[in-house]
Design a protein around this ligand. Sequence first.
Ligand code: SF4
Length: 339
Amino acid sequence: MTFLDILNKNPITFDDFKRLLSKEGADNIEALAQRSHQLTKKHFGKTIQLYAPIYLSNECNNQCVYCGFNSKVSEKRISLTVDQAYDEAKVLSKMGFKHILLVSGEKKETISVDYLKKLVSKLRGLFSSISIEIYPMTEEEYIELFAAGVDGLTIYQEVYDREIYKKVHPAGPKSDYDFRFDTPERGGTAGFYRINIGYLLGLGDWFSETLALAKHAEYLQKKFWQSQVSISFPRLKGSSVSDLQLTQMICALRIFLPKAGLVLSTREQAELRDNLIPLGITQMSAASRTSPGAYSIDAPSSSQFPVSDLRTLSEVAAAITAKGYEPVFKDWDSNFIML
Ligand code: SF4
């Protein structure tokens, strides 16, 4: 079968996906991008949903070697009270965001389930969708949070290769690979209808990590067919994964999983983000600050990762419009499901 034959198939097989991700795919990147664009337009229209993260705490019990919140880094640590977090949220709400992601380091003692329930009960009036990227929890804890109003879960495996995983997560609860790997499934079983996974681009071999990611997402889509499964592309600064590989990966995943949400954060430069808008991306963060209290409190502390796209929300929205796309703030999916 020729490469173009694969592009005209729907659905494609996992073996086809491997070819899209191979050198053959890189050599045919324009055709790959065109097919990805067509499928994205068919399933999502010309829209980009915008969201923003709120960092609740940079305290963490883990020692991930790639992260600024690593417990061994002697930086100023801050955990927001529920009221401080609510102040942060009000700033984002005033800016127009309807979809937020609550993020924190992994310190259960500080950002407890009760803390989250209290916060979410206050936030429900301001936002149509609230997702969490906190720490892996049990199914029972997720059931409680879902009942409180959390509808989405983001959890990255960071790296699928077990050997590398062990090396980069030397201590703390995160060193349990399997508990982390099963987390999206516990979230799906608990009822979250938005499940977002990914790996950190740059920790392992790009090709085999992307294959593992695709299999993982396909499995979750089949098991939780009523949920929206999304994939993020967090790329480490200075990573060996090139812009071309990132583009190829986004397009190949779109063709393999046409209905998956594809999410790009402000880790990436503005120009690259803009160029990727028509190629498969469906959600983007904007105007992000990645340290606790950064939207409303003048208390600088360590950031989890450096933000590369420093544009304001209106600048990002204008860039999306300039590409012929519509920036969307409202989470129409959740509205529909909550009817
Ligand atoms: S990546 Fe997450 S778990 Fe690891 S040190 Fe950073 S905040 Fe903690």
